[in-house]
Design a protein around this ligand. Structure first.
Ligand code: UDP
Length: 233
């Protein structure tokens, strides 16, 4: 079982794929999945996206740098939301941000973050990398490396990484395990390039799971074969 994980959640965990906002049954599902992990004593950091609110690329009337600021503000809204629903359901949690001075956030300080892990808090990172032109995948890679997580789990809406596009090819197969080097050679897209290259350079294993299959998160954490495991070369 992995002891410390960094979980990358898309904002769409709040709304359902392709939807916006916060939808009750999606939130109940999210809570159930996270609760089962916390009950196993896993130290969990979470980087949350903002796909349920704003993605920079969707705000095409704006300059990219401003659209991305709005996207990052969306991740801060989601970080507060996630923290509140966890706390309201008896799960200790803290929201961390280096980009805002807000009563809802603790500052991004390494010793403080360690104290929160030591006292069994889920540590939620809002605000992405703080920089425009990046995504929360890259923020997740950075935070996974910073907190020395045993693994980065990218929660998606697909079962893992396939050898060819399963929407186009009926004989496409899911890859259970692969190295970073092999993934590059085969031209597979695991996460965005910046995030991928950080994980490869800092030898951070990545597991891609389908978050919407019940228990897939816990299965990945306890080491059952699920999704796709990407290992250092
Ligand atoms: N964003 C950014 N810098 C970052 C992380 C995020 O500018 O380091 C912006 C970007 O516009 C992005 C939006 O915030 O589209 C929301 O993040 P993301 O698209 O990764 O959310 P997800 O798809 O995971 O819900």
């Amino acid at each position: 079982m992995y002891k410390r994980v960094l979980l990358k959640l898309s904002g769409e965990v709040f709304s359902g794929e392709g939807n916006k906002g916060f939808v009750k049954d999606r939130i109940d599902y999210l809570l159930g999945e996270l609760k089962s992990v916390v009950e196993h004593g896993v130290e969990m950091g979470i980087v949350i996206g903002a796909g349920n609110l704003f993605r920079g690329a969707e705000l095409s009337a704006l300059r990219a740098k401003a659209a991305d600021q709005i996207g990052m503000l969306g991740t801060l809204i989601n970080a507060i939301y996630l923290k509140e629903i966890l706390v309201n359901n008896g799960i200790k949690a803290v929201a961390i941000s280096s980009s805002v001075n807000s009563p809802s956030f603790e500052p991004h300080k390494y010793d403080l973050i360690e104290r929160y892990f030591a006292t069994n808090h889920v540590v939620i990172f809002g605000g992405g990398t703080t920089l425009p032109y990046f995504t929360t995948d890259t923020a997740a890679a950075i935070r996974a490396i910073e907190i020395d997580a045993d693994v980065l789990i990218k929660a998606t809406k697909v079962d893992g990484v396939y050898n060819r596009d399963p929407k186009l090819y009926t004989d496409a197969n899911r890859i259970g395990k692969i190295t970073f080097k092999e993934a590059i050679e085969k031209g597979l897209k695991i996460m965005d390039k910046e995030a991928f290259s950080l994980c490869q350079r800092y030898k951070k294993p990545v597991i891609v799971i389908n978050f919407f299959v019940p228990n897939s998160l816990l299965s990945a954490i306890i080491g059952e074969k699920t999704g796709t495991l990407v290992l250092p070369d």
